[in-house]
Write a protein that binds this ligand. Structure first.
Ligand SMILES: [Zn+2]
Ligand SMILES: [Zn+2]
Length: 246
């Protein structure tokens, strides 16, 4: 079973490296996408899953909006009603807890209007998530599996070096995460060598793009440097991929 999972992540990684943008960003988006699909179509009434979502107070901003997709309205309505009902229960138990008129804290709050109010602190805290976004948890787990697959396939036979070098490389956050897992010098050399080549190519393209934007060069034909400004941002912060379209 383990071997099959390993082979699957190898092929998924290889396919993602052939697509534009950071392969790990893409695989992370795909993983969360599949998780949310399964949630909507198969486990929306699963009590354990519902409890997890209630504890998370729903989802993070990104994954909450990813749920808005074709034919998802009933599933989303069931989830949102469930979480909001639990929030109504929290409000039912809540009360304003005024400070004593003589307390030092009351004076501090009077002086600084941005100090959080002690009178509402308990309710504020009870409205906070008690667990992380379930889609983030799943995406983190899958990202770990794909990072492992990358690290273990940078050397040896059938390695992914050529695919990695031909790709847009890893974004900076994923390059850091990959590096943090490297234990062997040969893996370090391969990873850094390829990422350096990818960044150098991008730096050259950005330079060419800046040159061609000069008014004296406006009639020159654009080549692979076209769009490099977007790839430059993606290289720094991670790819921006459209959900549900892969
Ligand atoms: Zn990335
Ligand atoms: Zn999330």
């Amino acid at each position: 079973m383990k071997r099959r999972e390993g082979a699957m992540s190898f092929f998924e990684l290889r396919d993602a490296l052939a697509q534009p943008g950071c392969a790990l960003c893409r695989l992370r988006v795909d993983s969360a996408d599949r998780f949310l699909d399964t949630l909507l179509w198969e486990s929306v009434n699963d009590p354990a899953r519902r409890q997890e979502i209630r504890r998370a107070r729903g989802f993070c901003h990104e994954h909450g909006w990813v749920l808005v997709r074709a034919a998802a309205s009933v599933g989303v309505a069931i989830i949102a009603r469930d979480v909001l009902q639990s929030l109504l229960d929290v409000l039912d138990d809540a009360a304003f807890r005024p400070l004593s008129p003589l307390s030092l804290r009351r004076v501090q709050e009077a002086v600084d209007s941005r100090q959080p109010s002690v009178a509402t602190a308990e309710l504020v805290s009870r409205l906070e998530p008690e667990a992380p976004c379930p889609a983030c948890v799943w995406a983190d787990k899958m990202e770990g599996i794909y990072l492992d697959a990358l690290i273990h396939n940078l050397a040896g036979e059938d390695n992914l070096l050529a695919e990695y070098e031909a790709s847009d490389g890893l974004c900076l956050p994923h390059f850091r995460r990959a590096l943090a897992l490297v234990r062997k010098e040969a893996t370090y050399d391969a990873l850094v060598h390829v990422q350096r080549a990818v960044w150098q190519r991008l730096v050259d393209q950005l330079g060419e793009s800046i040159r061609k934007n000069d008014y004296r060069n406006l009639d020159e034909v654009w080549g692979e440097e076209a769009g490099s400004w977007l790839r430059g941002i993606a290289a720094l912060v991670g790819a921006r991929l459209e959900w549900g379209k892969r």
